[in-house]
Write a protein that binds this ligand. Structure first.
Ligand SMILES: Cc1ncc(COP(=O)(O)O)c(C=O)c1O
Length: 438
């Protein structure tokens, strides 16, 4: 089977057997992480680690300074406002205006415990706005934890892989779900985890128009805000702006994570932004579960309150510090994370020069951006088979099969933890793999 591999194959095989993992190619992200940690320890060889989507940069210093100051001022002893402290809400509304060019009242700008909590709270609430609609639609591929959130809440969802439905084809596909009358909301990430596709303006317009037509709430997950580096979205109040469905419908919720764009994953803070129309809208069915029929009120006092009673007080000050610096043009947050794109460009070159293909490779007619993730395959192998083998070559990643993708040949690579100094190793390992399979 595997011969002449860069990592000692007896060690790899033994560690796989000891791990209890039946097939590396089908293991979860955390199982792969543990296995690779063990192989690295035993073999003394460093892997090209592309399995986990964690930021690989130092935390934002505007955030750290504001947070330390807030702690020294004693905020740790005091419960924060559930809806968010006033100064952070105002700064969030400014940020949204400056970088998306959309107007939202600070009331609808709510800090959450990571964007993860924003989505959890939204799923909970959206499943209850209509008596007769019970299903979320995922435009996949997508972030596996969002489906996990549905499963633990016992909520229904349907999904389709957007690969074959780009451009105008998206309209008919979405209508085929929306017209049945059981969908209350739709979710996607843009730029997309795992494929790094970005919807074009035309596609966002289609999603927005249909959301209005069928009265469906769009959840737009902007976890990788402004990280489509083909365009420069980094200047406040200056075009171009981060594209958004918010330009095409009033029925939207945005999730803006601080984890990647601001390298603030550890403090667990994100932004939940609800359009003014949706925030103030009343849904009779909500009265079965909440004291109010108003969407925004039920989100804050009926959903975020019982989940966590708001978001860590000092971390809200950190977010305030980061947003203020970005809004005032003192902190170019896009510049700080561009390195992910530079690494992706070089890594994609190394893969494609050695027989691999990029799976999700286009946004309509344009090649996709270089960013946090990319997807690849090798001719004649499924993603699972490929991953099983790449471990022997010191390369780890995850299969697209766990992301709702139909491209079973595909693998997701994350660029964040790979150091540029490892590119020589990566090239050698890919070459060896290609030679052994030609
Ligand atoms: C698409 C997507 N949404 C949401 C999240 C979670 O973000 P947060 O760390 O703010 O909870 C991630 C993190 O990897 C992500 O990739």
């Amino acid at each position: 089977m595997v011969k002449n591999t860069p990592i000692d194959s007896t060690i790899v095989s033994r560690k796989i057997a000891e791990s209890g993992i039946k097939e590396v190619g089908k293991a979860s992200i955390r199982e792969i992480k543990r296995l690779i940690d063990q192989i690295e320890n035993e073999s003394g060889e460093k892997f090209i680690r592309m399995e986990m989507g964690i930021p690989g940069l130092p935390p934002n210093h505007f955030g750290v300074e504001a947070q330390i100051e807030a702690l020294q001022n004693g905020v740790a002893a005091i419960y924060p406002d559930i809806q968010g402290i006033p100064i952070v809400k105002t700064e969030m509304a400014r940020f949204v205006k400056n970088f998306l060019n959309i107007e939202v009242n600070p009331d609808g700008c709510i800090p959450t415990v990571g964007s993860m909590q924003g989505s959890f709270a939204s799923y909970l609430l959206l499943a209850r706005i209509y008596e007769k609609r019970n299903t979320t639609l995922f435009i996949d591929p997508g972030f596996p934890v969002h489906k996990m959130q549905h499963r633990v809440l016992d909520l229904k969802f349907e999904t389709f892989d957007v690969y074959n439905f780009r451009g105008e084809a998206l309209r008919e596909k979405l209508e085929s779900y929306f017209s049945k009358g059981h969908i209350h909301s739709v979710i996607y990430s843009n730029p997309n985890n795992p494929s790094w596709i970005c919807f074009t303006e035309k596609e966002l317009q289609i999603i927005g128009e249909l959301a209005t037509k069928y009265d469906i709430v769009v959840m737009e997950d902007l976890a990788y805000f402004a990280m489509d580096f083909r365009k420069d979205y980094s200047h406040p109040a200056q075009a171009p702006f981060q594209p958004s469905v918010a330009n095409y419908t009033d029925n939207y919720i945005l999730f803006i994570s601080s984890s990647k764009a601001f390298s603030y994953a550890g403090e667990r803070i994100g932004m939940l932004v609800i359009s003014d129309v949706l925030y103030n809208r009343k849904f009779e069915n909500l009265l079965k579960y909440y004291v109010s029929d108003a969407f925004g009120y039920s989100m804050v006092f009926g959903t975020i309150y019982p989940l966590s009673s708001g978001t860590s007080h000092s971390t809200q000050y950190a977010l305030y510090g980061i947003l203020k610096a970005a809004n005032e043009g003192k902190f170019n947050f896009v510049e700080e994370v561009k390195i992910y794109g530079e690494k992706a460009k070089e890594m994609k070159r190394l893969f494609t020069e050695n027989g691999f293909n990029i799976v999700y490779d286009k946004d309509e007619n344009e090649p996709i951006a270089d960013g946090f993730y990319f997807t690849f395959s090798y001719p004649g192998m499924t993603g699972a088979e490929l991953l099983n083998e790449l471990v022997y070559y010191g390369i780890s990643a995850i299969s697209l099969a766990i992301t709702g993708s139909d491209r079973i040949e595909g693998i997701r690579a994350c660029t964040s933890l790979v150091n540029k100094s490892q590119f020589g190793d990566l090239e050698f390992r890919l070459k060896t793999f290609h030679q052994n399979h030609s």
